[in-house]
Design a protein around this ligand. Sequence first.
Ligand code: ASP
Ligand code: MG
Length: 409
Amino acid sequence: MALIVQKYGGTSVGNPERIKNVAKRVAKWHAQGHKLVIVLSAMSGETNRLIALAKEVQSTPDPRELDVVVSTGEQVTIGLLSMALMELGISARSYTGPQVRILTDSSFTKARILKIDEDRMRRDLDEGCVVVVAGFQGVDDAGNITTLGRGGSDTTGVALAAALRADECQIYTDVDGVYTTDPRIVPEARKLDRITFEEMLEMASLGSKVLQIRSVEFAGKYKVKLRVLSSFKDEGEGTLITFEDDIKMEQPIISGIAFNRDEAKFTVVGVPDRPGIAYQILGPIAEANIDVDMIIQNVASDGTTDFSFTIPRGEYDRSKAILESVCQHVGAREIRGDRTMAKVSVVGVGMRSHVGIASRMFRTLAEEGINIQMISTSEIKISVAIEEKYLELAVRVLHKAFDLDEVVA
Ligand code: ASP
Ligand code: MG
């Protein structure tokens, strides 16, 4: 008998029929004798609807009041699921975040969880009751309702699992696990049985958006085993996100190919090569809250150097304006910008103990005539910036080159 936290996303509870299906699934686990805490999102589209409603009344909604409004979506689904469970003869009780007492700080719309009171949940669980908790919300010290940021129900699930020292936190969603890459680009992409937290963080931040990234960080920190599963399929073990020691020896060196389309690049040409230049260029960009990713500075030849970096494409115009004034100030020759960049990364903890991954990656891209414009590496990831038009080709050939394609027997 285990203590399991299950989280169901918005599409899984999108209408009464689906809520009844969730209840049936919960009932199955309950029949096996497990203690269950269920965390729910609002019905899909509901949080957007509530935000739009608020904006119709106040152009920039007051954050405290916005949280009062948007937290209602989850209150509906938890009540409905408890009813659906009762219909199946299972005792169930729903709680909002404040009722559990999920204590957060007071940063409305992006609050952080500070402490969870688990007594009430434990008492119910000991009585054989299924506990149903609203995701995405909490309460601050002064009793104000807070919310945790979009997608925050994942974090509620993980936080409850950590507080209750649950055996596993299962995230039920509309995909059946984490894939080696996006199956829309590579139909041969495989579902991974296991992946480490570190790899998942690299995959998630690079575009395989299955889980809210904060929840993965949280789970890694508090050693909560996370499993991603489909709420629409009955079979399958999903993908377990776990610790490196739990991953079998025969795990492939590379776990996946991640990518991000929406990148842009700037090169500041002919910058005088003297101390403080990188700071003078990137300081104002950072102050404007623009996220810089890859950075390259060349060796100087004639006392000047070229300085390149990538940013999210949406920040192109803002960055350009900042650079133009910086450029005059530091005496650079010119600024070159390119809005159509993409980033492709190979990710795998196996890289730590294997050489030749980078050269295999570069050879594969060279064979297709894809020019690498920038490179960055970490212990478990190699990323390259390329022209966006080559993105899909690059992902496909790398997926194959690293033996990630599904083996068809
Ligand atoms: N309902 C919230 C949102 O749509 C929280 C969540 O679903 O995780 O962002
Ligand atoms: Mg979600």
